[in-house]
Ligand binder design. Sequence first.
Ligand SMILES: Cc1cc2nc3c(=O)[nH]c(=O)nc-3n(C[C@H](O)[C@H](O)[C@H](O)COP(=O)(O)OP(=O)(O)OC[C@H]3O[C@@H](n4cnc5c(N)ncnc54)[C@H](O)[C@@H]3O)c2cc1C
Length: 451
Amino acid sequence: MSCMEQYDVVVIGGGPGGYPAALRAAQHGLSVALVEERYLGGECTNYACIPTKALLSITKKNIGIKPSEAYEFTKSVVGRVRSGIKLLLKKRGVAIHKGRAKIESTNIVSIDGEVRVKCSKGIIIATGTSPISIPGINVDGEYIHNNRTIIDALRERSSSINSILVVGGGPAGLEYAEIFSRLGAEVIVVEILDRILPMMDREASSIVSRYLKKLGVRIYTSTSIKSVERINGKIRTRIGGERVEEVDMILLSVGRRPNTSNLGLESVGVRLDEKGYIITNSRLQTSVPSIYAVGDVTGQPLLAHKAIHQGLIAADNLAGRSRLYRNDIVPSVVYTGIEVAQVGFSLSSAREKGYDAREAKIRLGAVPLAVVEGVEYGLVKIIYDASTKRVLGATLVMPHASELISLISLAILKHLTLRELSEVIYQHPTFSEAIGEASLVGLGEPLHYIR
Ligand SMILES: Cc1cc2nc3c(=O)[nH]c(=O)nc-3n(C[C@H](O)[C@H](O)[C@H](O)COP(=O)(O)OP(=O)(O)OC[C@H]3O[C@@H](n4cnc5c(N)ncnc54)[C@H](O)[C@@H]3O)c2cc1C
């Protein structure tokens, strides 16, 4: 063991949970060490949010682009974002340690079993999750991929991705379905449940399904992958009952498991739930009060903006503030060509909570920009309380839904009503006008919308 370095806070993991926590703790004047075993930016920057958005962007803008060119662009984007994070951490005085962290006691962390760092105020765990596989189907990084291997496949097999089977119809699987379709591959999606995007609004899921089918993607729901076999440089796979497909590659996008093993959690008494995620209170403290946990390792929803938000709250609390985390106002987004964004309650979840909830819904065709841009499908649904007219949630299916959902998040956070949402001056012509119109529908005063 080398000599012990002392800090106020040690952050384990340099992803969207860990690095903002480190930056915020440093802003509070605390001395901070961040330990990362692989790459700064975590899963999100290196293998998930950023590369998928880079690939969606470049393949949409450049019809006929080669996979290797899309790869080069993506790698350069990832590199720039990662360097930016490193620079920020250095400028704020955060000590970056490369290696695998293990909690030895409530105030001591070892790195690669050697260097030890001591922290006087606390530890923030932000170790994220890893992709899971399907029994009998092993990721080989050549024919069978997960989100960590698929990007390099664009470089290595750039001339031969004619077809791909995506297993899993969640947001990540569908984003990749669109990317490969735009790269010219024949794409098949299989989803074990009865619809794609099973966690999202049913109508939103059918709009995305229609959109992807129009791109040429074949989607099989209530279907699972039964077997895989390598034959002459291809993968022969049996899906559902007897359907046999031959594809160049398979991408597994079937779920995640928390990175909690060999972290020393049991020895210090940090409790896990039945799925292995770390249990926290709303201050984001674990069962050991000086140890906090943020991001994917704390369980659903597994989203980068949740991780960032939690990282800031944990750092603020460690610095002596008193902030509480709310899991019910985390927006979810699907970044396919027609975007879906959802926040707060759905109609059924609001009713289950005891609200006399209603839904104000319009089709996107009610706003002129949808006509200008030739957007065929889309909708806005706002969930509100019938008596107070308070906004409780929304689903947006439209271009830029990922940006516009923040307006609804703000409305929920500030307890705004449909009337207040309708009084915003929405620029014309924009898709945001659909939010104003849906508010008017809920108030019984629709202007441009006739059922
Ligand atoms: C294909 C795909 C696309 C996605 N797109 C989006 C999106 O568009 N928007 C969105 O919000 N979310 C998206 N996500 C989810 C997002 O990637 C995660 O929610 C986010 O990365 C979680 O951040 P985190 O900091 O909790 O964990 P991670 O990003 O997983 O970071 C954890 C870090 O901890 C490190 N680590 C783990 N154990 C140790 C240890 N013992 N010692 C040292 N370091 C350790 C890991 O190396 C890793 O760098 C996507 C996910 C996938 C798979």
